[in-house]
Design a protein around this ligand. Structure first.
Ligand SMILES: Nc1ncnc2c1ncn2[C@@H]1O[C@H](COP(=O)(O)OP(=O)(O)OP(=O)(O)O)[C@@H](O)[C@H]1O
Length: 449
């Protein structure tokens, strides 16, 4: 009630608190929209989120999340706040997932006994929103709990793993995943409760692997080399193997050659097909039944709680990731630096797009050859773009750019065409490095950073 005369607003209601009991072998699926929060605490029993165990009595805060708390033996949760969706699901294929983990563990154990033996190199494929990333998290979480150090590779540019969307990443997991952040925090995020991870990042700058297939192939081949070298850095790494997450857009016939490319480059020995009978049958024919270097193909069910994400939700998630890169999270804020840079100091390339001139308009016998990158001049068109700073030299050939990792990202806050200057946000102080700056078409521009 407001106080008469003082016009004081009524204090907001305290967020609703309630207890949820989950029986063994079930999961509580929940969704929290962007802008609202949910606090969750395990008060009794054991529970995990995508393979990472929740400690008793520790509060976790979620925002802009769709996830599930699974329990093998039953548990009680205390939650504060109202999730937009919250229900208990009985359709949980966790026993299939744990059996896959045990099979991989057996292979890792055999590799470890050989001292220097190669552990499993697993690739997950399936349609969009089939739960591939969640399965990768679960398998990585279980592997870490078993004392392994698997390398997790994200070849889906739609979602960044420990980096911005539009990137391809790999990271060696030797500490637990962060249940609040999804994957955890990288070194750019500042100190956190879970040790930061150091991902290897390549910039693709497009949403679909087919948009610049030439670049996607080059980057994934380069990533495979880096992963192979990481795996051979110690017997533990080698025996732990790698787990590769792929884009749901590869799950169509036109993209099977790209799947073959990844299988060959990463020497994949197990393909896990999630949630598609047809893809499973195609993969079996293409890889398991081939005469040379057959690859084991395993089929898993899609989890009942796995949800399709609307474009608006994904857009907000991307926006949050970009904001988080420069400004941190509510619990760990960061202060980016603003630099004023002259047009002459900026050396820019754009990720090559397919020409939209119709093939019929090209001279006879000529086909479109899509460039890896095209050199561009600074202009107002770059306003609100995120630019990737490459670990390459300005004089390098574009072929070399496609083999170069990302040093970091900067954000173009404003452009003054008249004065030929730009204001840019950077996560670190100092001058803008004299390095190639790459602008992509994805993620989209975010104006209200
Ligand atoms: N059991 C579950 N309960 C609730 N939400 C879930 C569950 N499994 C997955 N999700 C959520 O469903 C969404 C889609 O899952 P996920 O990202 O794993 O699918 P994906 O196949 O990797 O998607 P994409 O092809 O788009 O990359 C995610 O927001 C994820 O957190």
């Amino acid at each position: 009630m407001s106080v008469p005369g003082l016009q004081l607003a009524e204090a907001p209601d305290a967020p609703a608190e309630r207890t949820i009991t989950i029986n063994a072998g079930r999961e509580w699926c929940f969704e929290v929209s962007h802008g609202s929060t949910l606090e969750l605490k395990l008060t009794h029993g054991t529970a995990e989120i995508f393979g990472t165990e929740l400690p008793l009595s520790q509060k976790f805060t979620f925002s802009g999340t769709k996830a599930a708390v699974y329990t093998w033996n039953g548990c009680t949760l205390e939650i504060t706040g109202s999730p937009s969706v919250g229900y208990i699901s009985e359709e949980v294929p966790m026993s299939e997932y744990i059996n896959l983990h045990f099979a991989l563990e057996k292979a890792r154990g055999r590799a470890a006994e050989l001292n220097g033996g190669q552990g499993p190199r697993v690739m997950i494929v399936g349609p969009e929103d089939a739960g591939k990333t969640s399965l990768v998290k679960t398998l990585a979480g279980y592997a870490v709990r078993s004392g392994r150090k698997p390398v997790v590779v994200n070849l889906d540019p739609k979602e960044g793993m420990l980096s911005l969307p539009g990137t391809l990443t790999a990271v060696s997991f030797n500490t637990i995943l962060d249940v609040e952040e999804g994957w955890g925090t990288s070194l750019t995020s500042g100190p956190g409760p879970v040790p930061a991870k150091t991902p290897l990042v390549y910039y693709y700058g497009m949403e679909r692997p087919s948009e610049n297939e030439k670049l996607y192939r080059k980057l994934s081949a380069r990533m495979a080399l880096a992963v192979t070298s990481k795996l051979s850095s110690s017997d533990v790494n080698r025996a732990s193997g790698c787990i590769i997450d792929t884009s749901g857009l590869l799950a169509s016939k036109q993209s099977y050659d790209l799947i073959s490319h990844i299988v060959a480059e990463f020497s994949v020995d197990t393909i896990v097909v999630l949630g598609s009978e047809r893809l499973y049958s195609d993969m079996t024919r293409r890889f398991e039944e081939r005469a040379q270097n057959p690859v084991a193909v395993v089929k898993l069910q899609k989890s009942g709680g796995c949800v399709d994400r609307e474009e608006s939700y994904l857009k907000q998630t991307r926006e949050t990731a970009i904001k988080g890169y420069f400004f941190g999270e509510p619990k760990r804020t960061l202060s980016p630096y603003t630099l004023t840079v002259g047009f002459d100091e900026m050396h820019l390339w754009k990720v090559g797009e397919v020409s939209n001139i119709g093939a019929e308009l090209l001279p006879a016998g000529e086909t479109h050859s899509q460039p890896l990158y095209s050199k561009i001049e600074p202009s107002v068109g770059l306003q609100h773009a995120v630019l990737a700073v490459l670990n390459a030299d300005l004089g390098d050939k574009e072929e070399v750019f496609a083999e170069s990792t990302v040093m970091g990202f900067v954000y173009v806050s404003s452009v003054d065409d008249q004065k030929r200057i730009m204001k840019i946000l950077t996560p670190v102080s100092g001058r803008l490095p004299k390095k190639p700056l790459i602008v992509g078409a994805f993620p989209e521009r975010v104006s209200n950073l």
